[in-house]
Design a protein around this ligand. Structure first.
Ligand SMILES: O=C(CO)[C@@H](O)[C@H](O)COP(=O)(O)O
Ligand SMILES: [Co+2]
Length: 217
């Protein structure tokens, strides 16, 4: 089953509660929450207080994508606020193994994200400890960017590795996903698709989600 995770980054920030409700009733599987600090990425979004406020109004799985330096400092706060999965960028932590253990010790799922230019081999000694790999298909920081096609080969290679090791691990793709690019990444082995502008950019969220689902069916 392929999961669709709309990214709140492209929502109308003046009415976040209604925006989350709109994608929940439209059939979204997860809610993707982009946390940006203005240091690791050149943009600033929101923090745990926003998660906490939205969690009261949603039953969606809170998929929390941390694009922040020194993630260990904030993991506990995001878990307390309602994160169900915490994904950290391998580029932001010198002690990736420790960071993963920190996330798991708090009882939530752990993911590792890689920028488009970061090779898969940084996962070699942690891949058996995580629940999800997030491959960025844009350079992180903004919604509405163009899909970077070289990620398709990267997905194929990661899928091969997962099958060889017989691991139960999700492959999430984030950036430039729409009804044209979704079939390419699903065909390569992705099973969680993040889509911001392709869903929140449309008035009819149900049609936007259905169009993506139909594109790879
Ligand atoms: O993490 C990020 C960007 O850094 C994403 O989650 C974007 O929010 C995806 O937006 P679209 O490319 O789908 O518009
Ligand atoms: Co994201």
């Amino acid at each position: 089953m392929i999961k669709i995770a709309p990214s709140l980054l492209s929502a109308d920030f003046s009415c976040l509660k209604e925006e989350v409700e709109s994608i929940e009733t439209a059939g979204a599987d997860w809610l993707h929450l982009d946390i940006m600090d203005g240091h690791f990425v050149p943009n600033i979004t929101f923090g745990p207080l926003v998660l906490k406020a939205l969690k009261k109004h949603s039953n969606l799985f809170f998929d929390t994508h941390l694009m922040i330096e020194n993630p260990d400092k904030y993991i506990q706060e995001f878990v307390s606020a309602g994160a169900d999965l915490i994904t950290v960028h391998a580029e932001t932590t010198p002690h990736l193994h420790r960071t993963i253990q920190n996330i798991k010790s708090l009882g939530v799922k752990a993911g590792v994200s890689l920028n488009p230019s970061t090779p898969l081999n940084v996962l070699e000694y942690v891949i058996e400890d995580i629940d999800l790999v997030l491959l960025m298909s844009v350079n992180p920081g903004f919604g509405g960017q163009k899909f970077i096609r070289s990620v398709v080969c990267k997905i194929n290679a990661l899928k091969k590795l997962i099958d060889e090791k017989n691991l139960n691990l999700s492959i999430q793709i984030d950036g430039g996903i729409n009804k044209e690019t979704a079939p390419l990444v699903v065909e390569a082995g992705a099973d969680v698709l993040v889509a911001g502008s392709a869903i929140f950019g449309h008035e009819n969220r149900k049609k936007a989600i259905d169009d993506i689902k139909k594109s790879y069916a």
